[in-house]
Design a protein around this ligand. Structure first.
Ligand SMILES: [Mg+2]
Length: 469
């Protein structure tokens, strides 16, 4: 089964924001700090989205990388394409609001007072600074937007957007390569295999330098600049993707490199998100990602907003989802410490619950712990095993902390039923039939219409060891 394209697009947009937020507390730190603090997955109430750092970010808060990416997305959608003057004006308004984090080149160009079409070029002519990664870090939404237009169009758009703030064409070529690799991934191809062909479309005078950092044998130890420069930033992102089997593994590898961790992780997260899809991003990370955009009001952007942004970039309605009401099934305990309800039942439930939401909810409910799994109730979710394992692992960790876990979906029937049955398979070693019979007896709302869920239930594995956390 092939992954739906929308899963990849959402994975790219949200994966980039997740990487930004995950890396932010470790910015300018030494290599290895992430793994020292988190030697294993942190799946309880406290996760790797730890906040802090020199700018004291909130847990899950994204930084200038995603702030600017959202400006790119908004301009592309509102203008129906690339309008350099409009996008520059949005950047300018943002920079004028004193964002806590802003790159040196970006600040200098946006603060120059010069017109949009000459500001960056003049700054480059004057300073000749080496290419920073500040245009690469924000370009994932543009990569998603322009991908359907083909290789030439998306690489050209990347260069033009980069040039608004980064006059050095080296930065533009890096963005162009990134756009093309994301385009290939969104089409279901292997971006790593596409590197040699992509290099053929890089401006000749820049090709060798890019070929060096994107070569299979290149490692971060070979970098000749800090990863605040564009070459090692993209080089590290591609290096991290090589041989990785999950989104989380890619992100762990890049954040562990230290240095400009939020930006390298934003770039790696955009690319890895297109490869592994939204369902491949751990829900403990997507559930808490959020931030605001200085200069554009007090609005806080959250996961549902990022989904809406992705929809807008891919030609669908960019309106935030409003959940219709449901009967409001009272939470009922189905297994030790594991409860079930429907959407409104969960919304009104005791704040003591750790809530696992398996459907779109509109607004978060206000519980201290609420996780949002990407589990669509159809037979097109090619990542169902990955999502289910992620949900079960988080449930086990939350239970191990003594929390009561409330699982719900819209009607409390199909998705909720799958997770409850899978939980019994895993925690009590029941067969799929035994788990189904047990849940049906305790939760009459169980629905078994989805054959792909039934098949996934058969594949649920017991945990390898006694320590499920
Ligand atoms: Mg940043």
């Amino acid at each position: 089964m092939t992954m739906p394209r929308f899963h990849r697009a959402a994975g790219a947009v949200i994966g980039s924001a997740v990487g930004d937020a995950l890396g932010a507390p470790f910015e300018f730190g030494p290599a290895g700090r992430f793994s020292a603090r988190f030697p294993q997955d942190a799946r309880g109430a406290a996760t790797e989205m730890c906040g802090g750092g020199s700018l004291n970010w909130e847990p899950g808060e994204f930084t200038d990388d995603t702030q600017m990416a959202l400006l790119v997305a908004g301009s592309l959608v509102d203008r129906g394409g690339l309008d350099g003057a409009d996008l520059f004006e949005r950047f300018h308004r943002w920079a004028g609001a004193n964002p806590p984090d802003i790159g040196n080149q970006t600040r200098a160009v946006l603060g120059s007072g010069r017109p949009w079409d000459v500001a960056a070029a003049e700054h480059f002519a004057r300073s000749g600074h080496a290419a920073g990664n500040g245009s690469l870090m924000r370009t994932t939404p543009a990569a998603v937007f322009f991908a359907p237009q083909g290789r030439t169009a998306t690489m050209d758009a990347a260069r033009r957007i980069s040039a608004l703030t980064h006059g050095d064409p080296s930065a533009g070529e890096g963005c162009a390569i990134f756009h093309e690799l994301v385009r290939v991934a969104l089409d279901g191809g292997d971006p790593l295999a596409a590197v040699p062909e992509t290099l053929q479309h890089v401006a000749a005078e820049h090709r060798e330098r890019w070929a060096t950092v994107l070569a299979p044998e290149w490692t971060p130890a070979d970098a000749t600049e800090s990863n605040g420069a564009v070459w090692p930033t993209l080089g590290q992102a591609v290096w991290a993707l090589r041989g990785a089997t999950s989104f989380a593994q890619v992100l762990r590898r890049v954040v562990d490199l230290g240095g400009d961790t939020d930006t390298v992780a934003a770039v790696a997260g955009g690319l890895a998100g297109a490869v592994f899809g939204i369902a491949g991003i751990p829900m403990r990370w997507t559930s808490v990602v959020h931030g605001w955009v200085p200069g554009f009001g007090d609005r806080v952007w959250d996961l549902a907003d990022l989904h809406a942004v992705t929809a807008g970039l891919t030609g669908k309605s960019g309106d935030r989802y409003e959940a219709p009401s449901t009967p409001g099934l009272e939470p009922r305990e189905i297994a030790d410490g594991v409860w079930a309800s429907d959407l409104d039942g969960a919304r009104r439930s005791s704040r003591e619950f750790a809530v696992v939401s398996l459907c779109r909810t509109g607004e978060p409910f206000g519980h201290e712990v609420q996780r949002f799994a990407y589990l669509t109730d159809d037979d097109a979710n090619s990542e169902i095993d990955v999502v289910l394992a992620d949900v079960l692992d988080d449930m086990a960790a939350l239970r191990a902390e003594g929390r009561q876990v409330l699982v719900h979906c819209h009607a409390g029937q199909s998705r909720t039923g799958l997770v409850l049955r899978a939980w019994l398979r895993r925690s009590q070693g029941l067969t799929a039939q035994e788990a189904t019979d047990t849940v049906a007896a305790r939760w009459p709302h169980l629905s078994r219409w989805n054959d792909s869920f039934t098949a996934a239930l058969e594949r649920v594995q017991q945990p390898a060891g006694p320590n499920e956390g």
